[in-house]
Ligand binder design. Structure first.
Ligand code: DGL
Length: 281
């Protein structure tokens, strides 16, 4: 029980991505800490991040975070985007004086769980190429074969799914098939979903793996739950927390395009009923 002399607070966190992918992370955080106030931000004006140059992405993330922090009281930032985290984390941590949690590819748990020692890494083209990702592989999966596929098509597929559009299985299959072009592809038993958009189409990715290689079973791993645990460990040292559940959250978009209307049912499912536009200049 909280002492009556403590001033109770409800922490407010920012969950930030280029698009809707960060909702997969927000959902894990909500599961663990349903009392947190979450501001979700989608930089849809600059979407997708996976095809952007490094300097322009660092500059952009800086601009968007600065703007949001000037408008909202935020206690902790989650950069719910592997593409942004693997590049911009050191810059953001130096620049903004609050805890920042980043999402990086779950290579380490994959290397611990694979039985065949063949791991798939599915990410954006930028995340696959990042030195940060290559270092994670060297450090944690040196005894494994890591087959990497970079895809922006699947990022767009996840966006479509949340807008209620019909998905094209051929597009998904043509990406997943790339793992099997590798001589060790048929031995892959663990797939790292290293883009926060991909857990949103987990079932579709798994169905595609089974269409292409029906006899293998697969473990699909993402970083969402680990991020929620990290956020919890950073916030729960505060014994004056308000722990009453909250289910009204706000979603910010950097471009108010017509298709946001189509996203509203999915946003509402995650508790983001209030949608606002912020102008980044
Ligand atoms: N959701 C993002 C990630 O985790 C990137 C999607 C994009 O290319 O914008 O990498």
């Amino acid at each position: 029980m909280n002492s009556p002399s403590l001033i109770q607070t409800r922490p407010s966190i920012l969950v930030f991505d280029s698009g809707v992918g960060g909702l997969s992370v927000a959902a894990e955080i909500q599961k663990k800490m349903p009392f947190l106030q979450i501001v979700y931000a989608s930089d849809n004006a600059f979407f997708p991040y996976g095809t952007k140059g490094e300097t322009e992405l660092i500059t952009r993330v800086d601009k968007v975070l600065s703007k949001i922090l000037s408008l909202h009281k935020i206690d902790l930032i989650v950069i719910a985007c592997n593409t942004a985290s693997t590049l911009t984390l050191p810059h953001c941590r130096e620049r903004f004086p609050l805890p920042i949690v980043g999402v990086v590819p779950a290579i380490k748990p994959a290397a611990q769980l694979t039985r065949t020692r063949v791991i798939g890494l599915l990410a954006t083209p930028a995340t696959v190429a990042r030195p940060y990702t290559q270092d994670l592989i060297k450090e944690h999966a040196a005894s494994c074969k890591v087959l990497s596929v970079g895809s922006s098509e699947l990022v767009a597929t996840a966006e479509k799914k949340l807008r209620g559009e019909i998905l094209d299985t051929q597009t998904i299959d043509s990406v997943i098939k790339q793992f099997f072009d590798h001589p060790d592809g048929s031995k892959m038993d663990t797939l790292v979903l290293a883009c926060t958009h991909f857990p949103l189409i987990r079932d579709e990715i798994l169905a595609s793996l089974h269409r292409i290689s029906p006899d293998q079973s697969y473990l699909l791993i993402d970083s969402g739950e680990a991020i929620a645990r990290r956020v919890e460990s950073l916030l729960l040292n505060n014994d004056a927390l308000i722990t009453e559940k909250i289910d009204k959250h706000q979603a910010l978009f950097t471009k108010m395009s017509a298709d946001i209307e189509n996203l509203k049912p999915a946003l509402s499912k995650y508790g983001f009923d209030q949608v606002e536009f912020i102008d980044i200049v």
